[in-house]
Design a protein around this ligand. Structure first.
Ligand SMILES: [Zn+2]
Length: 438
């Protein structure tokens, strides 16, 4: 029996530059693939047994969260209003030492993915420990999951040293081979926690295993000063020398880049995840996003972890990214709504090397699609659906989500997880953390 379905909506924002907005068109799904996009006339002539008509909705590609630490949802709001190093060293790392294990990571990732799907996110580029926990949560939730294998020089609950992290990463990767929605990446934590030797090893493995690299880079000014003291060069120069800065790298943050580094970023072909909420909350600074985009650098958008954001909400990241860019440059034409939507969709797909599969609503691509309800009074009137998606609508308006053709959110009800059960899991960790805090 054919698994063909038609989803018709008031607007389709395709993220395909040739035809960005389609009115009253329909998307034909054949299993997990977008088989056709039909005009209203073609729909009238057609006869689909399964047809969903969304009269007040915008259909668009699923949002791609290019940088996150899913399991950290369990530390949401635990330590706020602190500088990055104080926050990490005195609050987050001790807490992780006490609690992080496979069950913690699984439960925290489930919670994160529930939140992300409810917010219209269909792909997460994650970085954490106990990778089986992240991968299993992704499979259960039906989420497109990039599992970043964290690598550091110092011991955690997961491994003792860089060699240990790398070995575990590759073992875990092998376990999930063939899972269509799970991809493993190498995630050296940051230039200040990873040695030259380890970075070289990571570059070698990434070539041999064809793996992407995901790393925090130039997040704070302190990181750059410390690198100059320790290595007599900026992290950018050091990583370029080590061969890390290349097309398979997703550099999270890149808040501090001089003009020369911006030029070199474009030439080297790496992608950047801009994480405006996290950068603002930790007072890291303003990433030069408009300049990067103007120079042709591929910049996507991420939430970072819920411990430093505190929501995994790509709608608020889009709005914030656009407003900050304009405020910084004092140029209101910077980071237009369309350019911002691209960051959250096709640019993220390009960074993850899956732009042939997702990131736009195009025939032949995989069906990662979200429906956004525009009918609420607070969102009236509507002149331009692209403007609305970035400046007006919020995650609460996401009604339906399809990932790889599966409807994982139906009328704001999650298909693959019992919400009551998820509440219980979150509460049980909350009680443990409160006991520990004393
Ligand atoms: Zn991060």
């Amino acid at each position: 029996m054919s698994k063909k379905r038609l989803i018709q909506a008031k607007w389709i924002v395709t993220m395909d530059d040739d035809n960005p907005i389609l009115g009253n068109h329909g998307i034909v799904l054949n299993n997990n693939i977008i088989e056709a996009i039909l005009s209203p006339k073609e729909i009238k002539k057609s006869n689909f047994e399964k047809k969903i008509v969304l009269k007040n909705h915008i259909l668009m590609p699923g949002l791609i969260n290019l940088h996150g630490h899913s399991a950290m949802t369990l530390f949401r709001g635990y330590a706020d209003d602190l500088a990055l190093m104080d926050w990490l060293s005195n609050h987050i790392w001790p807490l992780e030492g006490k609690f992080v294990g496979e069950k913690f990571v699984y439960d925290g990732s489930l919670l994160a993915m529930a939140e992300m799907i409810l917010s219209g996110t269909t792909t997460i580029n994650d970085m954490y420990f106990f990778h089986s926990g992240v991968a299993k949560a992704g499979i259960k939730m039906g989420m497109r999951t990039f599992v970043g294998c964290s690598i550091l020089e110092f011991p955690t609950n997961y491994a003792q040293n860089a060699k240990g992290y790398i070995e575990k990463s590759l073992q875990e990767k092998a376990k999930f081979k063939g899972e269509p929605l799970v991809t493993f990446t190498l995630a050296p934590h940051a230039p200040y926690t990873v040695s030259d030797e380890t970075f070289k090893e990571i570059v070698n493995i990434s070539e041999q295993e064809d793996m992407l690299i995901h790393c925090h880079i130039h997040e704070t000014e302190t990181e750059i000063q410390q690198s100059i003291e320790r290595y007599e060069m900026r992290p950018f120069d050091r990583l370029e020398k080590l061969g890390v800065l290349q097309a398979n790298l997703i550099a999270a943050h890149m808040v501090f880049l001089n003009d020369d580094e911006i030029e070199r970023t474009q030439k080297l072909g790496l992608s950047i995840s801009h994480n405006p909420s996290s950068n603002m909350k930790l007072a890291s600074g303003f990433a030069p996003v408009s300049t990067l985009i103007e120079k042709g650098v591929n910049v996507g958008l991420g939430t970072d972890g819920a411990a430093s954001n505190n929501r995994l909400d790509m709608f608020s990241e889009m709005r914030l990214a656009s407003l900050i860019a304009k405020g910084c440059s004092k140029n209101p034409t910077d980071l237009s709504a369309y350019e911002t939507l691209k960051m959250a969709t096709i640019n993220g797909a390009r960074a993850l090397h899956i732009d042939d599969k997702v990131g736009s609503i195009s025939v032949g691509k995989h069906a990662d699609i979200i429906a956004v309800d525009t009918s609420k009074i607070e969102n009236q009137p509507i002149y331009d659906p692209i403007s609305h998606l970035v400046y007006t609508l919020g995650r609460e308006n996401v009604s339906d989500v399809w990932i790889n053709g599966q409807r994982v959110l139906k009328n704001r009800v999650l298909a693959n997880v019992d919400i009551k059960e998820l509440h219980k899991r979150a509460k049980s960790w909350q009680e443990k953390v409160i006991d520990y805090k004393g």
